[in-house]
Design a protein. Structure first.
Length: 330
């Protein structure tokens, strides 16, 4: 393991892992067109999972909150966006690209707004009384997830809901023998934009400095006159909004959603956060890309192992780096 770490360190460290995985898959798959299609699908899936997991990484890693109800925001984001898209179905099916974009933007804004409001409520009412008590955090947030699923059942029913896509995101680009879905390209771009924004805010702004300083020494920052509790509420709200946007994008990716969506994604989201390292946006991105690529490659090469691929990946990485790929330095 140490030898592998030395080699990786010389040529770019853990950032080369997605490339190494893609190269290995290319050798195993053999057909370049199939490999390219699977790689694009894996990258798009990884970016959508990143949107869901990045908020949890911040909340879990920086605020030390075990929020098992995080995936509830994913579910609500998916269903809120699906409802808005259904209400604007006429705009989605129009040949006018501008109307398509407006409908999609309104759906994403609706999901994000709901995530912000729900995150504020969740932190203020549910999380704040149980700060620094991990056992109670697990119990109360798991309960909140169950209640959230029942609310979705009551509002939207238990029948699977079909999610409409904008006309301009339908279809695929054909490049030689390679077919690349347009929606996946869009999902990758949105996830990349979110990563760049989060990275710049946390590492290049005064706000990010205050958040990291508040985690390190809350009393000192408060003594300087800053309201750390408000900063932490903001972090929680942003994390919840990102999860809701991720849910909205995942809904369009799957095109069919059920109230169990949040529970199904919870395991994947936690695996990504653990693989990447708590509190690290770069680590979360790496973990999400590895999970997305692995799921697609294994699903093609060994379908019977597809469900276990994430667990196998997590076990292998934690045996190599017990703290994750890029844990935040506190």
């Amino acid at each position: 393991m140490d030898r592998i770490s030395d080699i990786m360190g010389r040529f770019g460290g853990v950032y080369l892992l997605p490339l190494a995985l893609a190269a290995l898959a290319f050798l195993l798959i053999g057909a370049p067109s199939s490999w390219a299609t699977l790689t694009v699908a894996g990258l798009a899936m990884g970016m959508m999972v990143f949107l869901m997991a990045s908020g949890l990484s911040l909340i879990f890693g920086l605020m030390d909150v075990l929020n098992f109800g995080h995936s509830a925001f994913v579910s609500f984001g998916a269903f809120v966006a699906a409802s808005v898209l259904a209400a604007l179905s006429g705009w989605l099916g129009a040949d006018n690209v501008l109307l398509n974009i407006v409908a999609l933007t309104l759906a994403i804004i609706a999901a994000m707004s709901f995530g912000l409001a729900a995150g504020w409520f969740f932190e203020t009412v549910i999380i704040r009384p149980v700060y620094h008590d991990h056992l109670r955090q697990i119990l109360i947030t798991m309960g909140a997830l169950i209640v959230s699923e029942q609310i979705i059942l009551a509002v939207w029913g238990g029948t699977p809901i079909t999610v409409l896509r904008p006309q301009f995101l339908e279809g695929a680009w054909i490049i030689g023998d390679v077919s690349i879905e347009i929606y996946r390209i869009f999902a990758f771009g949105l996830g990349l934009a979110a990563f760049i924004g989060l990275y710049l805010v946390l590492n290049r702004t005064r706000l990010g400095l205050l958040v990291r300083a508040g985690v390190e020494n809350r009393e000192m920052v408060e003594a300087l006159g800053f309201r750390i509790d408000r900063l932490f509420i903001g972090v929680f709200m942003v994390g919840s909004a990102l999860a809701a946007v991720g849910g909205a994008m995942w809904a369009g990716y799957e095109t069919l959603i059920t109230p169990a969506l949040g529970g199904e994604m919870m395991i994947v989201v936690f695996i990504v956060v653990i693989i990447g390292g708590l509190g690290s946006i770069e680590g979360t991105l790496l973990g999400a890309l590895l999970v997305g690529l692995t799921a697609n490659y294994v699903g093609f090469l060994a379908p019977k192992l597809a469900l276990a691929s994430n667990m196998i990946l997590m076990t292998a990485i934690l045996l190599w780096r017990p703290n994750g790929l890029r844990p935040a330095v506190k």
